[in-house]
Design a binder for this molecule. Structure first.
Ligand SMILES: Cc1cc2nc3c(=O)[nH]c(=O)nc-3n(C[C@H](O)[C@H](O)[C@H](O)COP(=O)(O)OP(=O)(O)OC[C@H]3O[C@@H](n4cnc5c(N)ncnc54)[C@H](O)[C@@H]3O)c2cc1C
Length: 411
């Protein structure tokens, strides 16, 4: 007789696979874990594929060097107000998500974890003492159900847990025409803010499995989800053209993101949310590294609950908020509140005009998304700059020409 797995994970993206791997790292029997995914891997996923330094160590632990990706050695934050080059204490990686997620799934399989592909969960229902997962082949229930089903996931909706802000992103693949491309740098361009879009645009190098040479993924994030998708698409094409790129994809695709913050909930008896189902970095929308780290945290909490024989993880969200990842996600959300909030140009001027931040960014000792321990120093630096020069203006940037003819609403 086959034994029923104690843990059913809905979604085999980075969040779900990382949880499965982190559980088995902690001694959980791989036969106790089953991953369900509606897709067959390798599957596409709309994503820039960039992983900043904070995510690369966990990927190294689980999948090692992956062929077909790219290594970059810097980030650049830029806008019409200036440039902020960022040197992390190690390199970043850029992956094709089809390859990355497939590698994670195959690593799970090699460890003996069952992965059920093309198995869409159509309903998640509370049952007596357990959640029931409904799919085409029947109904299953596990002692623990894990929602790792991404931004739009069914598990959050079915469990009624409140989520964070939802952003809207669009992206396509481009080739350089008159650009001077920089395949060694991840570019984050905040000019969308000057056009009333609360977010940034990215230019990331991309090696496609179907194309020779380096291409570029260009897209824009609306971190508050309030600008219509067609405006974001026109903005992206106009921005790419201004930067010297031509679109190769027939269309610009779009997908939402969900951000982590205080107030987000991810636990019910017998159920936990991980990855983007719980929430990711609100400033840049970086999701792969947070998904991995949230799962690393969740695996520790779940292992303790299994050992104690209980069906609850008390203080799941608060515990995350006190972890290094959680404190940093909180800080990223505070930065996003400023840059994407009511006085965005003021905070853009702070970002590009603060000498303390430039020194920190150039130092090469830190990592993006790991700055919360610098808060006192950054606040003191900001206060010093304000005392000397006053509060930066929130007024228009002189000479700025809107990227698309009509300006999206700032409201
Ligand atoms: C345009 C865009 C660009 C981005 N760029 C970056 C970037 O450069 N770097 C970065 O770190 N992050 C980026 N992100 C965010 C990143 O893609 C996500 O945060 C990340 O994939 C989250 O991982 P996850 O495992 O939580 O969810 P997902 O990767 O979304 O995985 C969820 C899985 O669940 C499965 N699933 C969903 N519903 C069901 C169901 N009912 N039944 C069975 N299976 C189901 C899906 O098939 C999927 O495989 C970007 C996002 C967008 C939209």
């Amino acid at each position: 007789m086959t034994r029923a797995a104690r843990i059913g994970i809905v979604g085999a993206g980075p969040g779900g696979t990382a949880l499965a791997l982190a559980l088995t790292d902690r001694g959980v029997d791989p036969r106790d874990v089953v991953l369900y995914d509606k897709a067959r891997f390798p599957r596409g996923k709309l994503c820039g594929g960039g992983v900043t330094f904070r995510g690369t160590q966990l990927l190294d632990r689980w999948i090692g060097p992956l062929e077909g990706g790219l290594v970059t050695d810097a980030l650049e934050f830029r806008s019409a107000l200036g440039s902020l080059p960022v040197k992390e204490r190690g390199p970043q990686r850029v992956y094709d998500r089809g390859l990355l997620d497939h590698a994670l799934v195959e690593t799970c399989r090699r460890r003996g974890i069952e992965v059920r592909e093309e198995c869409a969960i159509s309903a998640v229902e509370p049952g007596p003492g357990r959640w029931r997962l409904v799919h085409r082949g029947g109904v299953e229930s596990h002692r623990w159900t894990i929602g790792a089903d991404g931004a739009n996931g069914l598990c959050r909706r079915a469990s009624g847990l409140p989520g964070g802000l939802t952003g809207r992103l669009v992206e396509a693949v481009y080739e350089p025409v008159s650009a001077s491309p920089r395949p060694d740098t991840l570019i984050f361009d905040f000019d969308p803010i000057l056009d009333g879009i609360p977010g940034y645009a990215w230019v990331f190098p991309y090696v496609s499995p179907d194309h020779d040479g380096v291409l570029y993924k260009i897209g824009v994030m609306d971190g508050r989800g309030r600008v219509p998708g067609d405006v974001l698409r026109r903005w992206t094409d106009a921005f790419a053209e201004r930067c010297g790129y031509r679109r190769l994809d027939a269309r610009i695709a779009g997908w939402p993101e969900r951000y982590f913050d205080v107030g987000v909930r991810g636990a019910r008896p017998g159920l936990l949310l991980v990855g983007e189902a719980l929430g990711i970095d609100a400033l840049l929308g970086e999701g792969i590294a947070p998904a991995l780290w949230i799962s690393e945290y969740a695996a520790g909490r779940l292992r303790s609950a299994l050992d104690a024989g209980v069906d609850r993880v008390e203080g799941y969200e608060q515990g995350l908020l006190w972890s290094e990842e959680g404190r940093n996600l909180w800080f990223q959300a505070r930065l996003a509140d400023r840059l994407y909030g009511p006085n965005p140009r003021r905070w853009l001027r702070v970002l590009f005009g603060m000498p303390h931040l430039h020194a920190l960014a150039a130092g090469g000792q830190d990592a993006y998304g790991r700055l919360v321990h610098h808060v006192p120093w950054l606040v003191a630096g900001h206060a010093w700059t304000v005392l000397r020069h006053g509060l930066p203006s929130d007024g228009p940037v002189p000479g700025w020409q809107p990227t698309v003819a009509e300006r999206p609403s700032m409201e």
